[in-house]
Design a protein around this ligand. Structure first.
Ligand code: SAM
Ligand code: DTB
Ligand code: SF4
Length: 332
């Protein structure tokens, strides 16, 4: 059984990442089978509850106000509309529902109170409720926990060294501080990144090192392939090859054996065969539905077909030892 460790060295990780790719897949698949059921893949749904108009300058993001993209800007959606969406997602087989807001940070205002209502409502549907709202204080994290929040997504996106090339309006340390606030509030941590933003292998390795050497591994690690969006500074980036996705997923799986490794943005450009390699390399979750937050995603029918072909089964909510510890009792 592979051990859980939080003291990885760059040399160790680099050796894993650069292994001949088929050996790397084989090792990751072995670790995956020791810790997880390889047939199970969690199906999650995303909803952008507040879209566009964000003051940050993340170079990949269609929702930053300073870039001219054609996202449909809207203020916070009504609670009822969000809960309706969550219910439909549950009926379609999702067990986790993640609400995203194009905010730099949470503010203590009426919109936050509405988000707390949304969290309560989704939790009461029996789904793992996740939010991604930007930076959080310790007090705001505690309020989200109290409302029933199960997980919080806050990506490191890339290495500390490459961060300044991608975002100038906040620091890597701000990101780490929010992750710490989330962890201290006993909310399950979801943090990963994006590949295909002009970073080198050393940046991918650096990001995984930071994540896996946190005092506790994140319970969830999304691996996104950049979706280049017209109007953003990264609009002309070339698509990453599947082998880079596979290396990233496999290395994350070996370093953080029990985490949910999520094959996130970028699936629209991937064939079933390419996605199969990612599952073999240890990915065990996808986002379902024809939209991620603002960009396209494979529809329900093609994913159903993929699950059939690959003999995958959707994973139930709140599974696994680490997961049970974050579960909230439905409030009413
Ligand atoms: N504003 C909050 C924040 O930045 O933490 C939450 C929403 S933000 C859109 C959530 C994550 O989506 C980002 O951290 C980034 O990793 C991912 N993302 C955004 N645009 C993307 C793109 N074009 N391609 C791939 N991933 C993207
Ligand atoms: C994550 O790492 N990927 C998801 C989720 N966390 C919030 C979001 C991907 C967004 C892709 C671009 C868009 O659709 O706007
Ligand atoms: Fe986009 Fe989030 Fe960055 Fe705002 S903070 S520009 S929503 S990734």
């Amino acid at each position: 059984m592979s051990e859980i460790k939080n003291n990885w060295t760059r040399e160790e990780v680099s050796a894993i990442y650069h292994r001949p790719v088929l050996d790397l897949i084989y090792e990751a698949a072995t670790v995956h089978r020791q810790h997880n059921d390889p047939q199970e893949v969690q199906v999650c749904t995303l909803l952008s509850v507040k879209t566009g108009g964000c003051p940050e300058d993340c170079a990949y993001c269609p929702q930053a106000a300073r870039y001219h993209t054609d996202v449909d800007v809207h203020k916070l959606l009504p609670v009822e509309e969000v809960l309706d969406h969550a219910q439909k997602a549950r009926e379609a087989g999702s067990t986790r529902f993640c609400m995203g807001a194009a905010w730099r940070e949470v503010r203590d205002n009426r919109d936050f109170d509405k988000v707390l209502e949304m969290v309560k409502g989704v939790n009461n549907l029996g789904m793992e409720v996740c939010c991604t709202l930007g930076m959080l204080t310790a007090e705001q994290a505690a309020k989200l926990k109290e409302a029933g929040l199960y997980a919080y997504n806050h990506n490191l996106d890339t290495s500390e060294e490459h961060y300044g090339e991608i975002i100038s309006t906040r620091k890597y340390d701000d990101r780490l501080k929010t992750l710490d606030n989330v962890r201290n509030a006993k909310i399950s941590v979801c943090s990963g990144g994006i590949i295909g933003m002009g970073e080198g292998d050393q940046d991918r390795i650096g990001m995984l090192l930071t994540l896996a050497n946190l005092p506790e591994h994140p319970e969830s690690v999304p691996v996104n392939a950049l979706v280049p969006v017209a109007g953003t500074p990264l609009e002309n980036q070339e698509r990453v090859s599947v082998w880079e996705m596979v290396r990233m997923i496999a290395t994350a799986r070996i370093m953080m054996p029990k985490a949910m490794v999520r094959l996130s943005a970028g699936r629209v450009k991937m064939t079933t065969e390419e996605q199969a390699l990612c599952f073999l390399a240890g990915a065990n979750s996808i986002f379902a539905g024809d939209k991620l937050l603002t960009t396209p995603n494979p529809g329900e029918d093609s994913d159903k077909e993929m699950f059939q072909i690959l003999n995958l089964k959707p994973r139930e909510a709140f599974k696994g030892e680490a997961m049970v510890k974050f579960q909230q009792i439905p409030l009413a």
